[in-house]
Design a protein around this ligand. Sequence first.
Ligand code: HEM
Length: 255
Amino acid sequence: MAANHDLTYGSYLILDELLTLQRPRSAPVHADELLFIVVHQASELWFKVILHELDGLVAALGGNDPLAALTAVTRLNALMGIVASQLGALETLPPQRFAEFRGYLGSSSGSQSVQFRAIEAASGLRDDHFLKALEEQGPMPEAVRRALARPTLQALFEQLLSAQGVTLDAVYSAPGPSVLFLVAEGLLEYEQAFARWRFLHVQLVERIIGPITAGTGGTLGTRYLQRTVGQRFFPNLWDVRTRLYAGHSPQTDAS
Ligand code: HEM
């Protein structure tokens, strides 16, 4: 393919548009609002990539391709780590400074993030809490509808196991690791990476607005978020561990 000599770094990345999309609402502009906006926008960009990679994971699991599934889930875990680490930038936002521009955010809230809800739906959250949170925001967005129409990641992994002719218990009791074992552990790591984001986020929220201040989205704030940390995408991957220990009574000299 011939090189396009008109293309520059800026025009390829459409930076002239991208860099005009950070528009603080505070007046006069608060010095910390740019950071607040950029961390959210960057997170949404990563959510976009995560949703794309989830499509790849769904295709690999559904297409009976364990190696492709392992590749996809490994990348997803790297992406979740990036999104979580970005929250660290906002830990430098002191509460009194956030209070100075929080009023300008109106009723906007991270809980209205369509891509976050689509990631949850694609990953397997279908419970009442999740569907209620969606209903409160009006008609179901297309990205979420599409994710809800697919089987959960757990169901797709079970499908892969049966296509490979094994059970989850067999994968975990085999003497050596297998690709299927690595996929299972990768999925569990994804669950934990997601929970780590939730935990770091709730810690950030408590640090900035305190334990009982309501959120701009109208929830109980910290107390609401704390309840979401324990949500699970892969109950079966936790249950298999319990079964491994069932019948083993603890030794008196072991911890
Ligand atoms: C100053 C920093 C932040 C504060 C004080 C904050 C506060 C909150 C609060 C109070 C909620 C609960 C919903 C509500 O009533 O508003 C919430 C939810 C949420 N926030 Fe943040 N947030 C911050 C940073 C972020 C960042 C950087 C992201 C990245 C995208 C984010 C994404 C979300 C999401 C996705 C939810 C929904 C969580 C769920 O329902 O499980 N937040 N946030």
